[in-house]
Write a protein that binds this ligand. Structure first.
Ligand SMILES: NC(=O)c1ccc[n+]([C@@H]2O[C@H](COP(=O)([O-])OP(=O)(O)OC[C@H]3O[C@@H](n4cnc5c(N)ncnc54)[C@H](O)[C@@H]3O)[C@@H](O)[C@H]2O)c1
Length: 266
């Protein structure tokens, strides 16, 4: 059996831009999802911005112009996810990229988390990613497309106040690896990104509970562990790479964006 690609030229000519790509981004009303959708449009893609927050996603799509549409979607509902994929394919004629970004945090010690909070977190962060992948396979197989799942450095280890969140992001990594293997023959690539603390509303919401529980200044901990907060635009750049043809041989991987947070044991 030959394991070389006879069609692969020495100069691949693989492009980092997203010209003509048709993308669906969940949780695109604000934060990382909005930064991803914005960069995708700048790089030439048409983007369906999907979010449970209808006013936010409508305003965001309006701002991005003709290459963006807003789709109301709750990633915890199979029917809603299928509807968002159908709306994207209907508007753009197909789907090349799915970014499973929607997620929530709950900043509490594990023993204080209620059953309802546990279920909500797992439903959005884990089931939502699974539903996105499950319902997009037919459309993505037709285009040999790419899936990028939003994990976190919290998926790589434990963190105070984020125990169930850590569990949910670890699950995203394991689903990413399995899907990449199962889908390789379809041509669909599946990767994940693992950002550390990024400057979004999610992190702003964690400051008070973190400081109350640890008696430490959140800013000091961030400075010590990761130098500074990352920006949503920095995360979007890596998502764009994984969505582009330049990452053609990358699947089943996760990219860590943490300014050396996880490189240090001190
Ligand atoms: N901000 C960080 O430091 C950081 C770091 C690592 C990973 N992440 C992950 O990145 C993703 C985005 O985080 P963010 O900081 O932009 O958060 P955010 O809270 O600012 O935005 C999350 C978006 O997801 C939407 N959303 C929530 N529930 C939804 C649902 N059921 N269906 C559809 N949309 C829903 C919200 O309306 C919101 O627009 C999350 O998965 C998060 O876990 C964030």
């Amino acid at each position: 059996m030959s394991v070389t690609d006879p069609a692969a030229p020495a100069d691949t000519g693989l492009s980092y831009d997203l010209e003509g790509k048709r993308a669906l981004v969940t949780g695109a009303g604000r934060g990382l999802g909005l930064a991803v959708a914005t960069l995708f449009v700048q790089r030439g893609a048409s983007v369906a911005l999907c979010d449970i927050d209808e006013p936010a996603v409508n305003a965001a799509a309006e701002e991005l112009g003709d290459e963006a549409i807003a789709v109301h979607c709750d990633v915890t509902s199979a029917a809603s996810v299928q509807g968002a994929i159908d709306a994207t394919v209907g508007a753009f004629g197909g789907l090349d990229v799915l970014v499973n970004n929607a997620g929530i945090e709950i900043g509490k010690p594990m023993h204080e988390i209620s059953e309802e909070e546990f279920d909500a977190l797992m439903s959005i962060n884990v089931k939502g990613v699974w539903l996105g992948m499950k319902h997009s396979i037919a459309a993505l197989a037709a285009s040999q497309g790419a899936i990028v799942n939003m994990s976190s450095v919290a998926g790589l280890g434990g963190a105070p106040l984020l125990g169930i969140y850590c569990a949910s992001k670890a699950a995203v990594l394991r689903m990413t690896q399995t899907a990449a293997t199962e889908l390789r023959e379809t041509g669909i690539r599946v990767n994940a990104v693992c950002p550390a603390f990024i400057d979004t509303e999610m992190v702003a919401r964690l400051v008070d509970p973190f400081e109350a529980a640890t008696q430490a200044e959140f800013g000091d901990v961030v400075a010590l562990k990761q130098g500074r907060l990352g920006t949503a635009e920095e995360v979007a750049e890596t998502v764009a790479f994984l969505a582009s043809d330049a990452s053609r041989f990358v699947t089943g991987s996760h990219y860590v964006l943490d300014n050396a947070l996880t490189a240090s044991v001190m």
